[in-house]
Unconditional design. Structure first.
Length: 199
């Protein structure tokens, strides 16, 4: 069975979004500063173009991901990525209430209302032997607090946002220790760091 891994692009001062959901243009410059194109399965999200070092890591991780877990906030904010996540895998959405325009689950989106444990279990079922990717700070925090998170990936970019949202905002139990970094990859405009959760 695969691992459950959360990840985020982060500024040097520790923010995954700036004040009032700003700064994404700066945070994600590395998505378009290279020569290697990675296609997108989303009709609303163009392919990304990464440096060779970044592309090698990201391609491998995408190929080994069998399902994603996101919260309703990210699902709504991205307008459901136009109907399919760019990574081309089924996305489990943890929500209090399923969207009215999605009365049934399909190969693109599965909605879970029973809490983080049920959402992770469903994502693992869908992923099979592959990994589950957790996207969004609130989902990452809930997984970590529930003891369900195996790894964390940080894409560290050389900017300062001065405030905003952190990956593990309002974490209930601290400190939390990680092993690593077990992987360090220097891309163009980004350093990729991978850690294991010390359980």
């Amino acid at each position: 069975m695969g691992k459950v891994s959360a990840g985020a692009t982060m500024s040097l001062d520790g923010y995954i979004a700036g004040p009032e959901e700003s700064g994404f243009d700066l945070l994600f410059q590395w998505y378009g500063n290279g020569e290697v194109e990675i296609p997108s399965a989303s009709p609303d999200v163009p392919p990304i173009r990464l440096s060779a070092a970044s592309a090698e890591l990201i391609k491998s991780e995408w190929e080994n991901t069998g399902a994603l877990l996101v919260g309703r906030y990210l699902y709504d904010m991205t307008n459901a990525w136009g109907g399919r996540h760019p990574m081309n895998v089924t996305t489990v959405v943890l929500t209090h209430q399923r969207p009215v325009d999605r009365p049934e689950d399909d190969e693109n989106f599965v909605f879970v209302t029973e809490g983080i444990e049920a959402a992770v279990a469903k994502a693992k079922e869908l992923a099979g032997d592959k990994n589950v990717g957790v996207n969004g700070g609130q989902m990452a925090r809930q997984c970590l607090e529930a003891g369900l998170l195996d790894a964390v990936g940080i894409e560290l970019v050389p900017i300062l946002l001065g405030g905003g949202k952190k990956l593990f905002d309002e974490l209930a139990a601290t400190p939390v220790e990680f092993d690593g970094p077990i992987t360090v990859v220097e891309g163009t405009g980004v350093t990729h760091l991978r850690y294991r959760v010390n359980k």
